[in-house]
Design a protein around this ligand. Structure first.
Ligand code: AMP
Ligand code: GLY
Length: 430
């Protein structure tokens, strides 16, 4: 029997998930809560407040949902999986305890230390004085991280004394990260190439979906403020089969073993953020969900059934599933509202979508209003290009960008450039 799927969230990642399920032969209906203007075209959007877990539970019960997938981290950190499981509903994601791999940087760091997983040296600090006194031991550059969830903004990289003083002020005087910064992870700053690995886990085993590189800064050449992500590509030339194998054996498997030993087998997506230094992978962070916008390139390259994979994972039978991945490269460019991540306008009418309706354009911050699609957020659309290599995928993506117009359209012009530079250098980790 075909199954009903519910996706929680409203961004480009959730549109990509809805798109994958809408095409899946195992799936009869796709619901998105709350969804966006793009998911409205391929699924049924249902208004819901994701902060109210009881409301989400009622919705899943009323619609007889067979499988719920959680897009963002907050409901996971609040224990939505524990609640659904208690009520006998099937949901893909870690329980509240497991979600600490993302919701507490120090929980993740301590777990990695226990299993000797490669990571930067770190100290757990409770006070400003502790941070100041440890600065001499780690030396600049170093990284200060709020322990808790801070919407992706709780990390400050300090290269100079001034930046370090400013970071102390931001955290301790201005209290910018609030409760999230009650504890601080003070870390050695690793210099290398960043890369993310996405895996599906069933409590005991895992399957790697693909690798990707995000572009977090607002402006070209990685300048300007941090954003949720301005573009991504998959796979990255850094990720040789040998490196991916090492990430599985040296990082993902011991993490799953540790969670099982603690009585909380980890089921869900595991997003491993890595810094590659001299060919060796070190963990920068774990997330317990898919990345946004990385999902928008990882899922379109997955040629086997996502539903089957996640369903089997919730049964602890991931080994039964095959992961078939395209040999192509995918690039996504985020079309944003001018001003993002600061102040920006909403409500702009988006034109040109008709002309690219045979192409993959995921919606992030959009709304359907009468016959128009209008902007409703900072990151508005994610166009996805494909190619036999990175350069042709970049060209393909930017050709789609040209066809879409709205007032104040802003996007980075250099998505994928770091990958091209890396290829030029001719380095590989083989
Ligand atoms: P996170 O939110 O943990 O992904 O951190 C945001 C960004 O800060 C990462 O993508 C890295 O670029 C950088 N970062 C975090 N921790 C470190 C570290 N220990 N060494 C170098 N860069 C880091
Ligand atoms: N794109 C970064 C993230 O999803 O955390």
């Amino acid at each position: 029997m075909k199954k009903k799927v519910l996706i929680l969230g409203s961004g480009g990642r959730e549109h990509a998930l809805a798109w994958a399920f809408a095409m899946d032969d195992n799936v009869s209906e796709v619901y998105c809560a709350p969804g966006n203007g793009g998911t409205a075209e391929i699924a049924e959007n249902i208004k819901v407040n994701l902060v109210n877990l009881q409301e989400v539970l009622r919705l899943a019960q009323e619609k007889n949902i067979d499988l719920t997938i959680v897009g963002p981290e907050n409901p996971l950190a609040s224990g939505i999986v524990d609640l659904f499981r208690k009520e006998g509903l099937r949901i893909f994601g870690p329980d509240k305890y497991g979600a600490q791999l993302e919701s507490s940087k120090l929980f993740a760091r301590n777990l990695m230390a226990e299993k000797n997983i490669s990571q930067p040296s770190f100290y757990s600090c409770n006070t400003r004085e502790e941070v100041e006194s440890l600065k001499g031991i780690l030396e600049l550059p170093l990284v200060l991280k709020a322990d808790g969830l801070a919407a992706g903004k709780g990390v400050i990289v300090c290269e100079t004394d001034d930046e370090f003083e400013q970071a102390l002020k931001t955290i301790f005087d201005d209290g910018k990260f609030g409760d999230a910064a009650r504890r601080i992870s003070l870390e050695r700053c690793l210099i290398g190439e960043e890369l993310s690995v996405f895996a599906v886990c069933d409590g005991e085993n895992f399957k790697i979906l693909n690798t990707a590189q995000d572009h977090k800064r607002a402006f070209d050449d990685d300048k300007g403020p941090n954003t949720g992500g301005m573009g991504a590509y998959s796979p990255t030339p850094l990720s040789t089969p040998k490196l991916i194998d090492r990430v599985g054996v040296e990082i993902i498997q011991p993490t799953l073993d540790a969670m099982k030993e603690r009585g909380h087998p980890f089921t869900g997506f595991l997003y491993v953020g890595l810094m590659i230094v001299d060919g060796d992978p070190h963990v920068i962070e774990f997330n317990v969900r898919l990345g946004d916008p990385e999902t928008q390139v990882v899922l379109p390259l997955l040629k086997s059934s996502l539903f089957e994979l996640l369903w089997n994972a919730t049964e602890g039978k991931l080994k039964k599933s095959k992961v078939v991945v395209s040999t192509e490269t995918a690039v996504t460019v985020v079309l944003a509202a001018d001003g993002y991540p600061g102040k920006y306008k909403k409500g702009m009418i988006i034109k040109g979508l008709e002309s690219v309706k045979d192409r993959l354009v995921f919606h992030a911050g959009t709304l359907q209003k009468d016959h128009d699609i209008i902007s409703n957020g900072g990151r508005i659309l994610n166009v996805v290009g494909f190619g036999k290599d990175l350069q042709s995928a970049i060209d393909d993506a930017y050709a789609i960008v040209e066809s879409i117009e709205f007032s104040g359209k802003y996007y980075r012009k250099d998505i994928g450039k770091r990958g091209l530079q890396y290829l030029k250098k001719g380095d590989t980790n083989d």
